[in-house]
Design a binder for this molecule. Structure first.
Ligand code: SF4
Length: 333
């Protein structure tokens, strides 16, 4: 295999290709910092509805600092502080929180909020919305809750072949932010075959972080005998990275929460290991995987970079207001 321009020639020995970008995105970073700042500001406990981001390590770490994770707002004591997760909530959840006088801090990722606003706008135009996404995922529940009478969830490309619509000339598709770009485009292609006047969203709903991590894993996958994706099982974008790696030519690919979950037999006959991580994964977990591999002879590590990321989101408004009142820093650092 010829070396890429700008990349050193490979001598054929065991190696790791580390995809970049990987790991934390701007929305996850903001949500985790929001909980940390809320704990600092209001003291423990601070309640969090659902997992703040889909990562076991992050949730455990915040629990140890005094966060209490609940499934629904009605499990939070009246008047307490509650953080809404990065995946967003439906208006019904906001109403439930308001009815209990909860002090809500909304850590919904601004790129999820953008999709919510699109749903509301198209619903006002009385359009029918085909929301491509996974049934039961919190983000999809939140978006669908913005316009339940207008939204139909398209859970897979196959559903696109059978879904029934009321008016094929007043139809738009939107999507969950963390899907496979290629699979989503396949779903849209099938929908458009049946509904040629289907409108596109005003801009990409699959977010920059999801797209960048998929592009990066596609770059390393064809050279990899094994791709290890660090991320939790309920992390949509992490699970997609395994699928994308396999589609892009990796001989095998597995998702692990951390290095302890790697099975040594996966390394049989493996020379090149690709490593990446989902958007909710702290870098420490990737470092541990790289160390685990180094201890087994994969000490040569090459980072393969396909994009630079420098996006930072400001903290939720209510939190910034309270931080300012106490003269604490409001920047997400
Ligand atoms: S994966 Fe994308 S949509 Fe989700 S929190 Fe990160 S930036 Fe926001």
């Amino acid at each position: 295999m010829a070396a890429d321009a700008g990349r050193p020639a490979w001598d054929g020995s065991k190696r790791v290709l580390l995809a970049a970008p990987r790991g934390y995105c701007a929305g996850v970073d903001r949500a985790v910092i929001a909980v940390e700042k809320a704990l600092e500001l209001y003291g423990s406990p601070v309640y969090v509805r659902k997992e703040i981001v889909h990562n076991k390590h992050v949730v455990r770490t915040l629990e140890n600092r005094g966060a209490i994770f609940v499934q629904e707002a009605d499990q939070v004591p009246e008047g307490a502080h509650v953080v809404f997760s990065a995946h967003g909530v439906s208006p019904a959840v906001r109403e439930q929180a308001a009815a209990r006088n909860l002090q809500a801090i909304d850590a919904t990722c601004p790129l999820v909020t953008k999709v919510h606003k699109e749903a509301v706008r198209f619903a006002k135009q009385d359009a029918e919305i085909l929301l491509i996404g996974h049934t039961g995922h919190e983000e999809v529940e939140g978006t669908a809750g913005e316009a339940p009478d207008h939204i139909t969830i398209i859970d897979s490309p196959e559903i696109a072949d059978t879904v029934q619509v009321k008016d094929p000339d007043n139809l738009v598709w939107l999507s969950q932010t963390t899907l496979s770009v290629d699979e989503t485009m396949e779903t849209v292609r099938r929908l458009r075959q049946r509904f040629p006047n289907l409108q596109d969203p005003p801009s990409d709903d699959i977010c920059y972080a999801t797209q960048n991590r998929q592009v990066a894993v596609k770059k390393i996958a064809p050279e990899a005998d094994l791709v290890v994706v660090v991320g939790s099982a309920n992390s949509s974008n992490s699970v997609r990275l395994v699928e994308v790696a396999l589609d892009a030519g990796a001989r095998s690919s597995y998702r692990v929460d951390n290095a302890d979950e790697i099975d040594e037999t996966w390394l049989d006959g493996v020379t090149t290991v690709g490593v990446t991580s989902g958007a909710s994964v702290p870098e420490i977990l990737v470092e541990e995987v790289v160390e685990w591999l180094a201890a087994r002879g994969y000490g040569s590590v090459e980072t393969v970079t396909t994009a630079q990321e420098d996006l930072v989101f400001s903290l939720p408004t209510d939190l910034r207001r309270d931080l300012k009142r106490k003269s604490l820093p409001v920047t997400p650092v």
